[in-house]
Design a protein around this ligand. Structure first.
Ligand code: FES
Ligand code: MG
Length: 576
């Protein structure tokens, strides 16, 4: 392997030149108290930290950045912590998805404009993993992904509580009147009791697992609970390893091959992944120049069963149990023969070498392909006259009786309108109805909020029903469950066929045959289309205005059109 020389590093253009600019860069580095011993001949490592005071999932990142720094120094690098937008899932309104691409742009441009030779990306909360990875892939320097790690299990009266999933579950019970204020208040105290991201197999755990399967994290990194001392050591190891990656010129383009994405799709299916994985993986792949489509996910879901018994797809266990059971490397050994073990990873070794010797310590948590928790993969892609460009459902997380279902639509055009109806105990609705929410897609939401697990109507909860078919152009939280058809594309807001559906039309869902249709004639649909006019624009200025003009549909990954790798020629490196 050829190694880079110091003069070939990007940062040498800032620090090693004997010219007026070099004088400026060195004098200003000296101003911060650094001496030439700190930088001369050393790669500059950016520690891209998404810590903030309002992100509980990343609360430990202030300290972990110091651990990464320790590793970088040990290996002879020059660490510089560069903060990036935190995108805290719980607090960002109207939806964190509005800001994933903003984070990606910030990361790409931060790396490009500063003397950065390599980066450690610190993320974990839902949108931060894809945002950081998308930006760093476009920047093209070697990087390593440091996942925040899941928080500890929740606890309520000695029972484990799962992030999101149990909040949704017990909220329905509270609305049905089966639990009271006291129990609900106790849960509020117990469901999130340490730093770290959601500890169900929600979007956070899904995306960090995908990053590891792609070869972007150290082996096992994504499964370590945030509060475990292994996590501190892993952070320092990331710091040590990235310095070597710079010398080896191990750029993301060498890791993110079509085979690597293939592996990640397989792993996603086997973990019982979040529906959001589809959108984020397509976006990441398009940044890497890899053509990944909804059909690739569907094809894989027919052959790879769900073997991670982690909620919400599984019935009992959480990420802490998954770690004790051996974590992701152990799960990947169970996929032997289904993964391409030759793919290169950040370790400089292959995926197969990384996971060799990993063991499963609890066969109920990490199952075998012959004894899965669900015989097919986590997700199914549907098409039909309601979703010509696709829709997504998570069959493993819904009552199987809804896999084939027809029923009359009850259509809502906005979330406030829907919310009011759901609390109406006299709402004329049956368990066979299909609840529809539209104008909640990438442009309409705006930002495609996680409204897709439409709460059960109070009228049905009181009768004992806990699931029904729900349909939207929104996303849903990875911790959600239920017969929810999501990501309908094209979205209603831009005139997708969902905009033409009316209350009372029969909607037909057929998961085994991957169909989603409205039983309305083409002539009638043409009549309705002639009458349709687009809703008023959501934004008159600012970021939202730019977002609305450039956001792509769900089946394309919701990236901005101008950020795709094939959009146009890059400006290249600034040579000044
Ligand atoms: Fe951060 Fe769930 S809120 S991962
Ligand atoms: Mg989430």
């Amino acid at each position: 392997m050829t190694r880079k020389t110091y003069e070939e590093l990007r940062s040498a253009r800032w620090f090693a030149r004997d010219d007026f600019r070099g004088f400026g860069h060195r004098s200003r580095t000296l101003q911060m108290g650094y001496a030439p011993e700190d930088w001369a001949g050393k790669p500059v490592i950016a520690i891209i930290n998404t810590w903030s005071d309002i992100n509980p999932c990343h609360q430990h990142f202030r300290q972990r950045a110091e651990d990464v720094r320790r590793g970088v120094l040990q290996a002879g690098g020059f660490p510089l912590e560069l903060p990036a937008m935190s995108v805290s899932e719980n607090f960002v309104k109207p939806t964190s998805m509005l800001y994933r691409n903003m984070l990606a742009m910030e990361v790409e441009e931060t790396i490009r404009c500063y003397p950065v030779d390599g980066a450690v990306l610190m993320g974990g909360c839902d949108k931060t993993t894809p945002g950081l990875v998308m930006g760093a892939v476009s920047a093209g320097v070697p990087f390593i992904y440091l996942p925040a790690g899941p928080m500890l299990r929740g606890n309520w009266r000695g029972k484990a509580l799962g992030s999101g999933s149990d909040a949704f579950k017990y909220w329905d019970e509270k609305r049905a009147g089966t639990i009271g204020e006291k129990e609900w208040a106790e849960m509020e105290m117990g469901i999130a009791r340490s730093y770290g991201h959601c500890m169900t197999m929600g979007t956070a755990s899904t995306m960090t697992a995908i990053a590891e399967a792609l070869g972007l994290s150290l082996p096992g990194a994504s499964s370590i609970p945030a509060a475990d001392a292994n996590h501190i050591r892993m952070a320092a190891a990331c710091g040590r390893r990235i310095v070597e990656m710079v010398w080896e010129d191990l750029t993301p383009g060498k890791i993110l091959t079509p085979a690597a994405f293939d592996n990640a799709v397989t792993v996603a299916m086997a973990t019982g992944c979040s529906t959001n994985a589809v959108i984020h993986m397509i976006a990441m792949a398009r940044r890497a120049g890899v053509p990944l489509t909804l059909d690739d996910f569907d094809a894989r879901s027919r052959t790879i069963p769900v073997i991670a018994n982690v909620r919400p797809a599984g019935s009992t266990y959480l990420m802490e149990d998954f770690f004790y059971a051996g974590g992701l490397p152990a799960l990947m050994t169970r996929l032997e023969g289904r993964l391409d073990g030759s793919c290169l990873t950040v370790t400089g070794r292959s995926l197969g070498e990384n996971i060799a010797g990993a063991e499963v310590f609890n066969p109920d948590v990490i199952r075998t392909l012959d004894d899965p928790i669900y015989a097919e993969g986590s997700l199914a892609v549907l098409r039909g006259n309601l979703a010509p460009d696709g829709a997504v459902i998570k069959p493993v997380a819904c009552d199987p009786k809804f896999h084939v279902h027809s029923g009359p639509a009850l259509v809502f055009d906005s979330y406030p309108q829907l919310k009011e109806a759901l609390d109406d105990e006299d709402l004329p609705i049956t368990p066979d109805h299909v609840l529809v929410l539209r104008n909640a897609g990438p442009k309409g939401g705006p930002g495609m909020p996680e409204w897709g697990m439409i709460p059960m109507p109070k009228a049905l909860l009181k009768q004992g029903h806990r699931d029904m078919v729900r349909l939207s152009d929104a996303r849903m939280s990875g911790t959600s469950f239920g017969a929810c058809v999501l990501h309908v594309a094209p979205e209603a807001f831009i005139g997708g066929p969902l905009a033409l559906l009316r209350t009372g039309d029969i909607v037909s869902l057929d998961v085994p045959n991957r169909r989603l249709d409205m039983l309305v004639s083409d002539d009638e649909l043409a009549r309705r289309r002639a009458e349709w006019s687009p809703p008023p624009a959501r934004f008159g200025r600012g970021y939202g205005w730019m977002f609305s003009r450039h956001i792509e549909q769900a089946d394309k990954g919701c990236d901005f059109d101008y950020l795709r790798s094939d959009f146009g020629a890059s400006a290249g490196e600034p040579d000044i």
